[in-house]
Ligand binder design. Sequence first.
Ligand SMILES: *Cc1c(COP(=O)(O)O)cnc(C)c1O
Length: 417
Amino acid sequence: MKATVVTSAPHPTVPHQEPVESAILPTYARADVTFERGEGVWLISDTGERYLDFGAGIAVNALGHAHPHLVAALTEQAQKVWHTSNLFQMPGGERLARRLVDTTFADTVFFTNSGAEALECAIKMARKYHSANGEPNRYRIITVEGAFHGRTLATIAAGGQKKYLEGFGPKVDGFDQVPFGDPEALLAAIGPDTAAILVEPIQGEGGIRPFPAATLRELRRLCDEKGLLLMFDEVQTGVGRTGKLFAHEWAGVTPDIMAVAKGIGGGFPMGACLATAEAGKGMTAGVHGTTFGGNPLAMAVGNAVLDVVLEEGFLERVAAAGLLLRQRLAELIDRHPRVIEEVRGEGLLLGLKVRGSLADMVTALRAQKLLTIPAGDNVVRLLPPLIVSDEEIRDAVRRIDAACSALERGQSPAAAE
Ligand SMILES: *Cc1c(COP(=O)(O)O)cnc(C)c1O
């Protein structure tokens, strides 16, 4: 069966929208709603309905929609130069890289267009590091079950999820996966060919599953002892999402290599791979590249995002907002124990584990005009823009409360609309 999509009426006098065949490859089951514009934490549909956006385009719109500082930065750059390639000097990229280096463990940055590309750079860097050390056999990377690192051939192998690997030929070699929370299995997986350990400090797509701080510290110790590189995938957890600039700061340890994307561009497609000088030492001129990565438009927006996120008090405010949301959600468990089982996460990266159908929950929430993102382990992700106000948090909680009540009444999510 061909996928269908509802498009805007071709002419203003045509009253009804007829489903037409989509020309887009149908790899997404899209909700039947079209957003025309956004303001802060709100998205407005083409029928004029206002939705509270607690999905933020999957943790991307860190400063919400149409943030004036980002709009100004992009507009200003758009009038100067859009693209020159990495064959020339990149002042915006130099500035952003310097600022990232000044605020993190890193000494060096490679800019990409997406999270998966940031991970590709990280994976190649770890392999090249050992090769530069005269140990090219050390190319294997240990990852953890439930991980998500992207959809390229290498990153689906790193993520190790059957549903993403199925049908795409032999899995890219060089990834060894261990169960979540099994230190003995991890230790046993380290062999003479192991190059690195790669984890998300809090698994995002896997269902907001945090690694305890003690585990992250133990990974650091283990990597130091065995000469392995520690790699953090902070594509979802980074750039203020958890109330620190990067989530690993909560544990007080630093990685050797880190992948960042999603929030870093506030909605402009971009990513970055950060590393220590030592870990990056094999990445010399010509060994890696990108046509678009570090493009002037992306760098202008990336710098503008940092202007706001690094403002005094911004991260503290994210942490406080996260605490408020978490407390209110905990109260909802008391009110709806048959619907919600648990709240977890950090800052504004929160998950609600639901007891019934996850799809029904997300639909019921959307019927209340609240956008959320489903994840693994039967968890609904709540990832509002980091600028969300206390009033908007209370508003969202009222909508979750109403959605839970509708589900308890056994109303089908569609009937609740
Ligand atoms: C989204 C995500 C990725 C992949 O990013 P893309 O931009 O979709 O390639 C990788 N790792 C984590 C943790 C993510 O959440």
